[in-house]
Design a protein around this ligand. Structure first.
Ligand SMILES: NC(=O)C1=CN([C@@H]2O[C@H](COP(=O)(O)OP(=O)(O)OC[C@H]3O[C@@H](n4cnc5c(N)ncnc54)[C@H](O)[C@@H]3O)[C@@H](O)[C@H]2O)C=CC1
Ligand SMILES: O=C(O)[C@@H]1CCC=N1
Length: 275
């Protein structure tokens, strides 16, 4: 990929390193990435990959065209407030990946006139299979949006949403979503073992089936419901498993789980958004 942006990551934990991994895999030169992070071991790993490292967040902001805020929501305010002066000097675009931190809060902490993007990526970004929702404030120009799309597309699917609130739904579906699929994989591996498969065999079959089902759903002209029907022979084996899921309340449970996730994103914004 090509971008002229110098990209600074404030916080280089799980999500930031997934995005960094995706960018490097797509050919972004490591020297265009700056990482600021208190964990020295993480910093050393990033430095070994050729990434510029900084111990001072403000100095990273002064060098960047795009600043990716990737710390936990609970410390976002304390991290952003000291960056006000550097932001006013350099005027980079800020992109937050935090769940439940509204653009208004970022504007209060960093500066009202800044170009701010709120996003919700997910960790499959590391392997170029991420899914990311984005929302920009009015200060972000079309050209900056295009540049940001190009950067985030290196990590997978990138969609701009029309209303900021939609990002809480994006969090419930795709931001947290990988964990739901991992949970399903854990349960299937354990069940496969109880049915007599070795742990390695149960794992290999489960992961390949998950990847195959996702790839097939992505490539198919049919929706997932039709693809499911095509696996489910009348009076066959799958029918018994699906019946069991349905009798156990699978779909309402998934609905409840996503509602709970969405609710937490809204609560975080209400709790943490004060200026
Ligand atoms: N992990 C995930 O799957 C996803 C996470 N997110 C969001 O990404 C953000 C980060 O989450 P994770 O990467 O999971 O957490 P993490 O704990 O792995 O990463 C946060 C990093 O921030 C660093 N940090 C702490 N204080 C700092 C400071 N003052 N300055 C700079 N860095 C500092 C920590 O040392 C840590 O490495 C959160 O806001 C979360 O909502 C969004 C989508 C998915
Ligand atoms: O669990 C969390 O709060 C973060 C945000 C989305 C995925 N992980």
């Amino acid at each position: 990929m090509q971008t002229s942006f110098q990209i600074a990551f404030i916080g280089a934990g799980n999500m930031a390193r997934a995005i960094i991994g995706g960018l490097l895999a797509q050919g972004l030169p490591a020297q265009q990435i700056i990482a600021c992070e208190p964990d020295l071991e993480r910093l050393r790993d990033l430095e070994a990959q050729g990434i510029q490292i900084r111990s001072d967040n403000a100095s990273a902001v002064r060098q960047a065209d795009l600043v990716i805020l990737a710390v936990k929501p609970q410390i976002m305010r304390d991290v952003c407030t000291p960056l006000r002066a550097a932001a006013a000097e350099k005027h980079p675009v800020f992109l937050s990946v935090a769940a439940g931190i509204r653009i208004q809060a970022l504007a209060d902490w960093l500066g009202a006139d800044l170009a701010l993007v709120r996003s919700m990526p997910n960790t499959p970004a590391l392997v170029g299979k991420g899914a990311c929702g984005l929302f920009a404030n009015a200060q972000v120009t079309e050209q900056q949006k295009q540049e940001i799309s190009q950067v985030m597309q290196a990590t997978g699917l990138t969609l701009w949403v029309d209303k900021e609130d939609e990002l809480d739904a994006v969090t419930a579906v795709s931001g947290s979503g990988p964990a739901y699929f991992f949970l399903m994989m854990e349960a299937m591996i354990a069940a496969g073992e109880r049915l007599g498969l070795s742990p390695d065999t149960a794992k290999a079959l489960t992961l390949q089936t998950a990847a195959g089902a996702a790839e097939m759903a992505l490539q198919s002209e049919w929706d997932p419901a039709e693809l499911r029907r095509r696996v489910t022979s009348p009076k066959g084996t799958t029918e018994q498993a699906i019946l069991c899921f349905q009798q156990g309340g699978f779909s309402p449970l998934v609905d409840q789980a996503l509602q709970a996730c969405h609710q937490r994103a809204v609560e975080l914004a209400d709790e943490l958004g004060k200026s």
